[in-house]
Design a protein around this ligand. Structure first.
Ligand code: ADX
Ligand code: SF4
Length: 238
């Protein structure tokens, strides 16, 4: 495990606070060569970050958590992104035995039965693979934005993630939905076409639906659950 701690996050925040994202990526990569990793779900936010990483010419690793239940459009966006940038986005999969046990016990769609079973599915398909992906890294880059939820409004541009013992960098924290769209249109980069059809936030296909006008950005995620339960465990603060 690299030697990083809460204090490192605080001093890095001061260092990069007023910089543009490409320069900040350069600073982080210089501090932690080959120990900076970006998790992409191929959301519009994540596509912007992938583009900025490519432009920054840093060695930031890009990985995804393939839950096995993503939309076909998400897999196509992944393929298009690999081709566009000439890269191979790394993938982490759920532990085969844990998933097999869960499915044999609960059936294929148990996430609709209870919050507990839904969280167990997220834990096997996303959270445990994320732990493995972050294990030997010092900085984790994500596409979370303050506009997504109240929880995320309490997030900082750079913060210490106690759960994963890692520095977390959220470069688009203060971007609006419009800022993200404008960037994608300006640079004509690949993006998930579902986002043109009301899918404001995109996760696994059985747990995501399109939103109606005036609905909250994350209303289409786990829509059958109460609002305060709508996190899968990737971004939970301890
Ligand atoms: S979630 O916690 O509700 O699933 P959300 O879909 O809002 O998260 O995405 C926020 C950020 O979490 C993304 O920008 C990305 O950094 C990370 N993330 C979410 N899902 C995945 C995934 N399947 N693979 C990799 N990163 C992901
Ligand atoms: Fe399972 Fe749904 Fe969570 Fe995906 S979002 S890991 S299918 S419960």
């Amino acid at each position: 495990m690299p030697h990083v701690f809460k204090g490192t996050a605080v001093s890095l925040l001061k260092e990069i606070y007023s910089l543009d994202i490409e320069s900040a990526l350069g600073i982080l990569s210089k501090h932690f060569p080959d120990l900076v990793a970006f998790s992409t779900s191929f959301s519009n936010e994540d596509q912007v970050i992938t583009d900025l990483i490519a432009k920054s010419k840093t060695s930031v690793e890009i990985f995804t958590l393939d839950t096995g239940r993503l939309f076909d459009n998400t897999y196509s966006t992944w393929e298009a992104t690999n081709t566009y940038y000439g890269i191979h986005i790394k993938t982490y999969h759920p532990d085969a035995q844990s998933l097999e046990d869960y499915l044999n016990l609960n059936g294929p769609n148990a996430f609709y039965q209870s919050v507990e079973k839904r969280k167990e599915c997220c834990s096997i398909r996303k959270v445990e693979p994320l732990r493995r992906a972050l294990k030997n890294n010092a900085v984790w880059i994500t596409g979370i934005r303050a506009e997504h939820s109240l929880n995320r409004q309490q997030t900082s541009l750079i913060e210490w993630d106690e759960t994963n013992q890692i520095i977390k960098y959220n470069p688009l924290l203060n971007w609006s939905t419009e800022d993200v769209k404008e960037y994608i249109q300006k640079y004509k980069i690949p993006y998930n076409p579902l986002s043109d059809n009301g899918y404001a936030s995109i996760g696994c296909s059985p747990c995501t639906r399109a939103i109606k006008e005036n609905e909250d950005i994350r209303a289409g995620r786990w829509w059958w659950e109460d609002n305060d339960k709508k996190e899968c465990g990737l971004h939970i603060k301890r």
